[in-house]
Write a protein that binds this ligand. Structure first.
Ligand SMILES: NC(=O)c1ccc[n+]([C@@H]2O[C@H](COP(=O)([O-])OP(=O)(O)OC[C@H]3O[C@@H](n4cnc5c(N)ncnc54)[C@H](OP(=O)(O)O)[C@@H]3O)[C@@H](O)[C@H]2O)c1
Length: 219
């Protein structure tokens, strides 16, 4: 397993529940974590909201993208392309982990939106040719990540990408969250199904009043 200890993690849009949840779990695992926002002040407030036992710093997205070793993208799909276009230089040469689910919602619930490039992760790769884009953490519930009563998070994280070293590293990163296993899920061209599956998981959650995750068997 790749050694990820000592790597710092930045989270763009880390003021949202998903970003804060991941920040909390990585900080508890001993990583240096930076929450990013369009407003440095909001980022600092979000970092402080995680409490004294969870050491996380906050800064503007650009500063976080420049400083962190690994950068997770946790903004809504609507802001995805523009944010990444604005951070192309800061993100060059880095592993960029995309957990964005392009979803729409109507009276029937959640559904997958079409993405010109195929998926949000492929859009990131198209916008960031100098970065190593990996898709992961799509099916991890923010509610569960933020819940202090949940010591072990009972799910697998599917990790997709075209760069074996980068997917190995992100699998190992998923594994620092107690209970979680990172499982390789294919090339980036297959990210659409993984992003879209979130709509099904949201349907499961609504029907069963759950925060469901997935497990891959026989691996
Ligand atoms: N929530 C979950 O359980 C979950 C699970 C798996 C994956 N995801 C994915 O993770 C991403 C974040 O989810 P979330 O629930 O945390 O979302 P969110 O709260 O709606 O947004 C996260 C942050 O993104 C920033 N943001 C909003 N609009 C933006 C824009 N147009 N451009 C740049 N930044 C913008 C905001 O931060 P500032 O205003 O501070 O900049 C916001 O706090 C989504 O793509 C979602 O599909 C979510």
């Amino acid at each position: 397993m790749t050694d990820v200890s000592g790597l710092s993690i930045g989270i763009l849009g880390g003021t949202g529940d998903q970003g804060k949840g991941l920040a909390r779990r990585f900080a508890l695992a001993g990583h240096e974590v930076l929450i990013g926002s369009r407003s440095a002040e909001r980022a600092q407030e979000a970092a402080a909201s995680l409490g004294e036992g969870v050491p996380v710093r906050g800064a503007a997205n650009a500063a976080v993208a420049a400083e962190a070793d690994i950068v997770i993208v946790a903004v809504p799909y609507e802001g995805h392309r523009a944010l990444l276009e604005s951070l192309r230089d800061e993100l060059a040469g880095k592993i960029v982990v995309d957990c964005v689910n392009p979803l729409g919602f109507d009276k029937q619930g959640a559904y997958a939106l079409p993405v010109e490039e195929g998926s949000a992760a492929q859009q990131a790769a198209a916008v960031l040719p100098g970065s190593r884009v990996v898709a992961a953490f799509h099916h991890v519930s923010a509610v569960v990540l933020l819940d202090p009563a949940v010591e072990k998070v009972d799910l697998d994280v599917l990790v997709l990408g075209d760069d074996r070293e980068a997917t190995d590293l992100v699998q190992a990163l998923a594994g620092v969250i107690p209970g979680v296993r990172g499982v390789y899920g294919g090339r980036l061209r297959n990210a659409h199904q993984v992003e879209a599956l979130t709509a099904n998981i949201i349907s499961v959650n609504r029907r069963y009043k759950a925060h469901a995750g997935i497990r891959i068997t026989d691996v």
